[in-house]
Design a protein around this ligand. Structure first.
Ligand SMILES: Nc1ncnc2c1ncn2[C@@H]1O[C@H](COP(=O)(O)OP(=O)(O)O)[C@@H](O)[C@H]1O
Ligand SMILES: [Mg+2]
Length: 367
């Protein structure tokens, strides 16, 4: 069981100071539009790896009138004290992490807490471009493998160097080899992480109960992931990426960007009940499919034995579901066991939880 039993925010977005004392049941945050409910979920997401639920830069999350940075402190399962914050006192902005009152790292927190989320911004994931789907999938990978984000950063950094090198015109082959070698090394890890989590996710999808949230069939469309899923060694995947990059130098020089590699991979999702591509399903079907995917992601984390059961953040998920679907969602969340955090504008949306969940009204801070 992983649950937050207390959550305190200072100067985080609209919240000058918020202190929630909780039990381990799911938490239903309700209140009017703009009250600061999503801000609370975003704050929780800062306890995990990466940039969090809105992918915001650190200073963006500081309350507008605040004189220094923001802090988030959480009590986990009664005894562990987790803290993250933005220190903007010196020059520059520094993310600080604390565990049980002492300085710590994001990796320390990653051993204790895992988080998945679904937000209205993800609604367009099946209709949008490959980059949106890739980001969505990488988010799930990062929940399983916290280092996935830093490997991706290493890859992107090397790619920017390669693009800059190609842009300069005459390319020193040894230099290009070295940069592409670094891209291939990070890229192979990215591809094998993705291939592994795809299997875990698909298994969890298949294990989910049948019902209102339909199942999807997932595939990664990328050469490196395809090879990684065929049990090739990391070196083989690395060689493939390096080879394609070397071959593509002139093409990429003309294009002004890198046209091969795992940063181009797409996630294909088939809506199983109809056999259609998820992007062609109705808006309602896409939403239901997405909820099913997030529930599967949480289920996969429960099953992997590598860490605590995840917190599940569902922003505005209940509002668009009819009564029966809401009840089915709540039942599945209870069955999953990790503490779920839900938001909605009306308290009645959470009726079907009965006393299996706690309600917290969020009101805007009076300025
Ligand atoms: N850095 C910030 N400082 C102060 N207020 C902010 C900041 N960022 C967002 N807000 C405010 O937070 C409010 C939105 O909060 P949000 O959590 O999205 O509301 P909701 O309850 O509808 O989910 C808006 O009024 C917005 O102006
Ligand atoms: Mg909101």
């Amino acid at each position: 069981m992983t649950a937050l039993t207390r959550l305190r925010l200072t100067d985080f977005r609209s919240h000058a100071s918020l202190d929630l004392k909780l039990d381990t049941r799911p938490v239903c945050l309700w209140g009017s539009n703009g009250a600061g409910k999503t801000n609370v979920l975003e704050a929780i997401s800062q306890l995990g790896p990466g940039r969090g639920l809105r992918a915001a830069a650190l200073p963006e999350m500081t309350r507008h009138d605040a004189t220094s940075g923001w802090t988030i402190s959480a009590t986990l399962d009664e005894d562990r004290k987790l803290g993250v914050g933005l220190d903007s006192t010196g020059n520059g902005n520094k993310r600080v992490v604390r565990l049980d009152g002492a300085p710590a790292t994001a990796t320390d927190l990653a051993d204790l807490i895992r988080i998945v989320w679904l937000t209205p911004a993800m609604d367009s994931v099946f209709r949008g471009g490959a980059s949106e789907r890739r980001r969505f999938f990488d988010r799930q990978v990062m929940a399983h493998i916290p280092s996935h984000g830093s490997v991706s950063n290493r890859y992107e950094k090397a790619m920017r160097e390669r693009n800059a090198l190609l842009e300069r015109g005459r390319v020193d082959p040894a230099w290009a080899d070295a940069i592409e070698g670094r891209m291939a090394e990070a890229g192979a890890i990215i591809a094998s992480n993705r291939a592994r989590i795809l299997i875990a996710l698909q298994d969890a999808i298949n294990d989910r109960p049948e019902g209102f949230f339909p199942k999807g069939d997932l595939a990664l469309e990328g050469d490196a992931e395809k090879l990684a899923s065929e049990d090739a060694s990391l070196f083989d995947v690395q060689d493939l990426i390096a080879e394609q990059l070397a071959k593509g130098r002139y093409r990429d020089q003309a294009a002004g960007r890198t046209l091969s590699g795992p940063h181009r991979t797409d996630l294909s999702v088939i809506h199983r009940p109809t056999g259609a591509a998820a992007g062609d399903a109705s808006t309602g079907q896409q939403k239901a499919l997405l909820i099913g995917l997030i529930l599967a992601s949480a289920r996969a984390l429960n099953a992997d034995g590598n860490g605590p059961s995840p917190l599940i953040l569902l922003d505005e998920a209940a509002a668009h579901l009819d009564r029966d679907r809401r009840a089915a969602l709540f039942d599945e969340l209870i069955e999953l066991g990790g503490q779920a955090w839900l938001t909605g504008t009306e308290e009645f949306l959470f009726e079907a939880f009965g006393d299996r969940a706690q309600r917290v009204e969020i009101t805007a801070n009076p300025d």
